[in-house]
Design a protein around this ligand. Structure first.
Ligand SMILES: [Mn+2]
Length: 288
């Protein structure tokens, strides 16, 4: 196997920002004279992420492969800051805040709307127009087209400047940033974006769909409850949270499904699964 100065990794089950920032950093380092390679060790990349990357001429599958078993291999992490690898993590570029004290030769973890824009912003001369468009795309997706609370105003202006300068199709980038869910197959959309969480011996799962018109499914939703309840018992869950994001009004509804009942709660804003819904559930479970 070829050897590399650096192997770059995005987080597990990489999203568009992980894929794009890994690719951009690889391009940048190679232009600086290093031999670096972005790799995706995951055997499966989510269909949605594949689709949107390919729409912008980036094929994530070409980065898939297994990592070398070399004790002296150096790694750079993008879009996450902790990883078990054979070898050494020598650098991190991330935008997920942590209170942990991480000491590395290079560690950059700052408030940015996406890791990709952290890499490109104020360094545009090192990148091609196509690469800058990918960074804009990753920024739109990571901020749900600027609707997420993690959006940084400075990065909105940066996107606006890039769109103006390179004449990118902003409405296309905006729509792709919303990541609308394909709901043509009812059994697969119920587990769209599924994640499992473990709190002691209690297991919780949460999935979500993002729709321009939530009424598309709300009418027939009750017919899917038994499927969700089966999932709860089959996977030995305390709770399944099914989140519906209304991408027109930017509000959410959450269905809390247990083996015995289904409770719906409406939110007057676009909820964050990781920062809001799951921590609330965790609190309730720990109280029991
Ligand atoms: Mn990110």
């Amino acid at each position: 196997m070829k050897t590399f100065d650096y192997i770059i990794l995005g987080h597990q089950n990489p999203d568009v920002d992980s894929i794009v920032s890994g690719y951009l950093l690889e391009q940048y380092l190679n232009r600086c004279g290093y031999v670096s390679k972005f790799m995706i060790p995951d055997s499966v990349i989510e269909e949605e992420n594949l689709r949107v990357c390919r729409k912008y001429d980036l094929d994530p599958m070409k980065f898939q492969g297994s990592l070398p078993d070399l004790k002296n291999q150096k790694y750079i992490l993008v879009d996450h800051h902790e990883r078990d690898v054979v070898g050494d993590v020598v650098a991190v570029l991330d935008h997920h805040p942590t209170s942990k004290d991480i000491v590395l030769p290079y560690y950059r973890n700052e408030r940015f709307s996406s890791t990709a824009c952290m890499i490109v912003e104020d360094n545009e001369n090192s990148f091609t127009k196509e690469e800058i468009e990918l960074a804009v795309l990753a920024t739109m997706i990571d901020t749900v087209s600027f609707h997420s609370s993690k959006t940084v105003d400075r990065d909105i202006s940066w996107v606006e400047r890039m769109v103006e300068k390179y004449q990118f199709d902003f409405s296309k980038l905006y729509d792709d940033g919303l990541c609308l869910t394909d709901i043509s197959n009812p059994t697969s959309f119920l587990t769209h974006g599924l994640k499992e969480y473990h709190f002691g011996d209690k297991n919780v799962a949460a999935s979500y769909v993002s729709l321009l018109y939530p009424e598309q499914i709300s009418e027939r939703l009750s017919s899917f409850f038994p499927l969700l309840q089966n999932y709860v018992s089959d996977h030995d869950l305390e709770l399944f949270a099914f989140i519906i994001n209304d991408m027109t009004e930017f509000q959410s509804s959450v269905y809390y499904v247990t083996s015995s009942d289904v409770v719906k709660r409406d939110f007057d804003h676009f909820v964050s699964r990781g920062n809001e819904i799951i921590p609330e559930i965790e609190k309730k479970l720990l109280k029991k």
